[in-house]
Design a protein around this ligand. Structure first.
Ligand code: NDP
Length: 291
């Protein structure tokens, strides 16, 4: 399709960046936000602030939603639900896969179709060719509106018909992002407690992070095959190492919540009889809600 106009609902940092990217590409942009003043910089560039959600919805077939979560989506759209018929809701608000599926059914019941999106970059990455967004929902709707989606991020990664899939891929990234960033904060806390700065440890932290993809690749096939061979590492060794990490942090007087949780996971694997297996065996206990 060649639509050159779009509606953006939700003008937090992300929605503002998206609206700006559409203006950069010459799109006619209609906006709505609960706090109207967040549209000021965009209306100064030619975007139109709709007086109501209904007006924002009826202005364009494609409606980008960039709200905090799906509860906010309902808060905004429910009172204007009669205007939803025929709309393509590109829902870039993040939430759980289950809530994405429920919202897709909710939209379908009102004559709209939802494409679920999971944006993998911060606002600075919006409009960039190398940035990526996961999408799921009806394939033909995705294909038809791809040029619009490619304005948001240059790469569009279609994951399947299930509206929950884009949210799932997003959450898989986020579980890694939050724990990885917290591990970095822990390393900095430990460094500071020992008179080192974040800048002092930056090269070492970067090398450590860069070493991880080789581990991901090495273990992926073995884990999928259920093979936790103790040929290159043993859980008993890993447990001793994780305890050294915990004690080093305790000795430095920094918070031990994160290293203690790591030791706890290792101990569960030991209790389950995996001392001689690879620490990849921890995936097996993590797949169950209780050890
Ligand atoms: P914000 O939470 O800052 O802003 C989202 C928008 O939601 C605002 O326009 C806000 O309106 C609106 N909103 C929230 N609650 C309600 C409500 N109950 N009724 C009406 N409007 C509401 O989010 P961001 O812009 O940072 O992000 C948008 C989405 O993108 C989120 O789901 C986020 O998880 C996701 N995301 C964000 C990234 C980032 O780096 N920021 C990266 C990747 C994804 P108002 O202006 O009136 O407060």
């Amino acid at each position: 399709s060649t639509e050159q106009s779009v509606t953006v609902i939700g003008l937090g940092p992300m929605g503002q960046a998206m609206a700006a990217a559409f203006l950069d590409r010459g799109y006619a942009v209609t906006l709505w936000n609960r706090t109207a003043s967040r549209a000021d910089a965009l209306t100064a560039r030619g975007a139109v602030l709709a007086p109501s959600v209904e007006d924002a919805l009826t202005a364009n077939e494609v409606v980008i939603l960039s709200l905090t979560d799906y509860a906010a989506v309902y808060d905004v759209l429910e009172p204007a639900a009669t205007a939803l018929s025929g709309r393509v809701l590109v829902n870039l608000s993040s939430d759980t896969p289950e809530r994405a599926r429920t919202a897709a059914r909710w939209a379908a019941g009102r004559g709209a179709v939802q494409l679920t999106g999971g944006v993998t970059v911060p606002p600075s990455g919006i409009g960039q060719p190398s940035s990526a967004t996961f999408y799921s929902g009806p394939r033909e709707v995705f294909d038809e509106h791809r040029p619009v989606l490619e304005v948001v991020t240059g790469r569009t990664e279609y994951r399947g018909e299930d509206p929950g899939l884009a949210a799932l891929f997003y959450q898989i990234g986020m579980v890694m992002f939050w724990t990885s960033m917290l591990s970095y904060w822990q390393a900095i806390a430990l460094a500071h407690a020992n008179g080192l700065t974040a800048a002092d440890i930056l090269p070492h932290a970067t090398d450590t992070a860069n070493s991880l993809p080789a581990f991901y690749a090495f273990y992926a096939e073995r884990i999928d095959a259920g093979r936790h061979l103790g040929d290159v590492d043993r859980l008993a060794m890993g447990t001793a190492s994780a305890e050294h990490v915990l004690h080093t942090n305790a000795d430095a007087g920094v918070d031990t919540t994160l290293p203690a949780a790591v030791v706890e996971l290792f101990r569960r694997g030991m209790d389950a009889g995996h001392a001689g297996d690879s620490f990849s065996a921890l995936v097996e206990s993590m797949k169950k809600a209780e050890a």
